[in-house]
Design a protein around this ligand. Structure first.
Ligand code: GTP
Ligand code: MG
Length: 436
């Protein structure tokens, strides 16, 4: 739970110190008092001002920096905000934070607190906030594009359009109830509403049936390396990551835990998993490793089975969808295109091209997905179910049908954060770093 919502909050919003420049952000009703205490003089809205920042009591100079004044409501949080750009030394920033947090009703911000205020002051909806959080976490170009779109209101815009359509449809029912005794509601009007709700259901469903593209871009396309022990899985992980992540040894059954590395392939994030070799064993620890390996493969977007050229093994029945690559192609005759070896780094580019072709398949229209989190998907699935229920009840029980439309509209409202999400907020905002 947050401390007081009325406090003025401060935080270092830029990265790790020391750095060339550090940005300290202040938001709340005491911004002006803080600017005075630091001796910043007259502030002009949204204009950078170079000034000495002074100790409030001795007026000694702490640092010389730039201040920018954003009076509310035209600020990120909707409150009065002050940004200080100072030299990014630990002592400079430490002293400023110490002085500012010691002022009346002013304290250090909690994680995500600036964004939470922006949400609570109606500057952003929850989907935009989530997009912002993803933008800060984005490692690859596709993650950046997706997050930027969401932070810029792509999902919010659609949700709001859908919600107002639903409200219009429900308004019709109100009219229908009023006139129901007189039995003078033309059938054509009922039909028009049925059509509208059906069109909405179709529209929303088309976004739900997106092959989980948005979540995959956000979390990474999962590729599991599987195969018998000693088939060269860990060697391949190390070769693709270009780092010594996994222990490689000629002893069969070396890898037990699931290891992972993240790759950026043409802007799409890929998470590559190295897993325990699959074989019959009575060793409890190895058995647990094999279980984890199979669990990961079942949840992956692609499983690559390595079959050593000098000791070929077919995928086990649980992994019948796996794509087989022959490994250790330097040791024995191989056929076809799908072979690699990590000693001479042979075939690795072809393997990467194959992965690229899979990424292209899943991301074929090159368009940005709209749903990027399980939270979005489950609400939209519930919304679609309610729209279906509403249609089936429309001619037989208009009251229940209207109630289903309300349920559908609440699902959309929870997505944007306008309905009933208090318990969710702590979770969503805690994903943020301090200073955002
Ligand atoms: N000649 C040759 N040896 C390889 C190649 N890849 C791996 N090896 C060797 O094969 C042995 C096993 O390699 P690992 O990468 O540990 O195999 P693994 O599939 O991870 O094995 P487990 O973790 O036991 O399941 C090591 O001695 C590697 O040096 C290759 O392409 N060519
Ligand atoms: Mg291994």
């Amino acid at each position: 739970m947050l401390a007081s919502n009325n406090d003025t909050i401060i935080a270092l919003s830029s990265g790790t110190l020391p750095a060339g420049v550090a940005v300290i952000r202040v938001s709340g009703t005491h911004c002006r008092a803080i600017a005075n205490a630091l001796g910043l003089g007259q502030l002009v809205p949204r204009k950078a001002k170079l000034a000495d920042l002074l100790y409030p009591d001795t007026r000694e100079v702490i640092d010389r920096g730039i201040s920018i004044w954003f009076p509310g409501p035209n600020s990120f949080t909707g409150e009065d905000c002050l940004e200080l750009q100072v030299h990014g030394g630990r002592a400079v920033v430490g002293k400023l934070l110490e002085i500012l947090s010691g002022l009346k009703d002013t304290r250090l911000a909690e994680a995500g607190e600036f964004s939470r205020r922006a949400f609570e002051n109606g500057k952003m909806d929850l989907t935009e906030i989530e997009g912002l959080s993803d933008l800060i976490a984005a490692d690859t170009e596709w993650q950046r594009r997706q997050a930027q779109g969401q932070a810029g209101g792509r999902l919010r815009g659609l949700l709001e359009d859908w919600r107002s359509e639903l409200i219009r449809c429900r308004a019709f029912f109100e009219v229908e109830f009023d006139f129901s005794d007189e039995d003078d509601v033309p059938d054509s009007m009922v039909e028009a509403v049925i059509k509208k709700v059906a069109a909405l259901e179709h529209d929303i469903s088309s976004y739900v049936e997106d092959g989980n593209r948005g979540e995959i871009i956000r979390e990474g396309f999962a590729i599991v390396l599987s195969g018998a022990p000693n088939s060269g899985k860990s060697s391949l992980l190390n070769a693709l990551a270009d780092r010594d992540i996994a222990i490689v040894s000629s002893a069969a059954g070396t890898t037990r835990d699931v290891l992972q590395c993240r790759l950026d392939i043409d802007g799409i994030p890929v998470v590559l998993y190295d897993t325990a070799g699959i074989r019959d064993t009575v060793d409890d620890i190895e058995l647990e490793g094999i279980k984890r390996a199979l669990d990961h493969a079942a949840r992956s977007d692609l499983t690559i089975w390595l079959s050593a050229a000098d000791d070929p093994k077919s995928p086990v029945s649980d992994l019948s969808d796996a794509v087989v690559f022959q490994s250790k192609s330097d040791l024995a005759e191989v056929s076809g295109e799908f072979h690699i070896n990590t000693v001479e780094k042979g075939g690795l580019n072809r393997l990467l091209d194959f992965i690229r072709s899979r990424l292209l398949e899943f991301n074929s229209d090159g368009d940005l997905a709209l749903i990027t989190r399980e939270r979005h998907r489950s609400e939209l699935v519930r919304c679609v179910a309610a729209l279906r229920a509403s249609q089936s009840l429309m001619t037989s029980n208009s009251e229940l049908s209207s109630e289903e439309l309300r349920i559908a509209s609440d699902c959309l409202g929870r997505l944007t954060g306008f309905v009933d999400v208090e318990d969710l907020l702590d979770v969503i905002f805690s994903e943020f770093c301090i200073g955002k």
